[in-house]
Design a protein around this ligand. Structure first.
Ligand SMILES: C[C@@](CO)(OP(=O)(O)O)[C@H](O)COP(=O)(O)OP(=O)(O)OC[C@H]1O[C@@H](n2ccc(N)nc2=O)[C@H](O)[C@@H]1O
Ligand SMILES: Nc1ncnc2c1ncn2[C@@H]1O[C@H](COP(=O)(O)OP(=O)(O)O)[C@@H](O)[C@H]1O
Length: 270
């Protein structure tokens, strides 16, 4: 079975309090971004995970696809599996690529081995692999809170909106990024703000990681400014960075930006 684990964007991100388990409570809206890896999952004689594309730090045993298989194996007698992951989504970018691989691996293993797990059970497994993972089980725009793994529906839709995502080649560790933020109450009500027209989001919707990370990584602020100068209706850091995205009214308004060769760019219509 071949699946295409997609990335995500965060529309607003407020880090509201420190939890007794050491994690932070947050509020954010996750939306799928069609920048994808490719993952093949097949029953096999012996276990194997092969990789291509962008190199992933760590060995196969720590890869989130493999950890998804090991996790299901604690509850089910699974036959050996052959997986191949082609990595295209930048790592440490705030785009949730690794989390998506884990969630898509769970979904594919469920189908290939006919486990008939409900979305709720798949979300429970996904939560054990990372705070972001559960979102990718249903993979629809959603308001996320607590660790980012508890959800409420939200009507926001970016269908037809054009988007440019720029990854400046900085791998920012999520744990380090969180350590730089002092939790506080949200500046604005996120759901009410996102119900306003896109052009008003600039004044209403923000990501707490931006203020904490931009002094150390000025390129993040420069990219956001470049997107606004090029006509973005809204621009922001995604998650804990370092990818910065701009939203534009339609494909015709997507700008061509002159960027260093080592930066990776995705653009298209959502
Ligand atoms: C910041 C966000 C926003 O969407 O995305 P990314 O920038 O990573 O894409 C997420 O909260 C990232 O979720 P995820 O990448 O799954 O994080 P995890 O593996 O669960 O945790 C990595 C580390 O981040 C910190 N962490 C994570 C989530 C959370 N609610 N509070 C935390 O304090 C913890 O220090 C933890 O050890
Ligand atoms: N399949 C995978 N793809 C990407 N990263 C992975 C994967 N498996 C494990 N990891 C680990 O997860 C970490 C963060 O992954 P990623 O989801 O890309 O971060 P972010 O959401 O911050 O962009 C990486 O440092 C990497 O070591």
């Amino acid at each position: 079975m071949l699946v295409f684990p997609n990335a995500k964007l965060n529309l607003g991100l407020y880090i509201t309090s420190l939890r007794p388990d050491g994690f932070r409570n947050l509020e954010s809206v996750f939306v799928p971004l069609p920048w994808c890896d490719a993952l093949e999952v097949l029953p096999a004689e012996t276990n194997v995970l092969t990789l291509s594309g962008i190199p992933i730090p760590g060995d196969s045993a720590t890869n989130l696809c493999w950890r998804a298989y090991e996790l299901l194996r604690t509850d089910f007698q699974l036959p050996p599996v052959q997986m191949h992951l082609h990595k295209a989504v930048p790592i440490g970018a705030g785009l949730g690529g690794g989390s998506s691989d884990a969630a898509f691996a769970l979904r594919a293993l469920d189908e290939v081995f006919e486990l008939h797990l409900s979305p709720e059970r798949l979300e429970d497994y996904a939560r054990q692999l990372g705070s972001d993972c559960a979102f990718f089980i249903r993979n629809k725009p959603i308001f996320a809170y607590e660790k980012g793994d508890v959800f409420e529906p939200i009507a926001v839709s970016l269908t037809g909106v054009a988007c440019k995502v720029i990854y400046p080649g900085l791998h920012i560790s999520t744990a380090e990024a969180y350590a730089r933020v002092v939790p506080r109450a949200p500046r604005h009500d996120l759901r009410a703000s996102l119900a306003q027209p896109l052009e008003q989001w600039r004044d209403l919707v923000s990501n707490d990681f931006e203020e904490a990370l931009t002094p150390q990584y000025p390129i993040l602020g420069e990219l956001k400014q470049a997107l606004y100068t090029a006509g973005a209706a809204y621009a922001s850091l995604s998650g804990s960075g370092s990818a910065v995205y701009g939203l534009f009214p339609d494909r015709e308004t997507l700008p061509k930006l002159l960027l260093p060769e080592e930066f990776q760019v995705w653009d298209g219509v959502l």
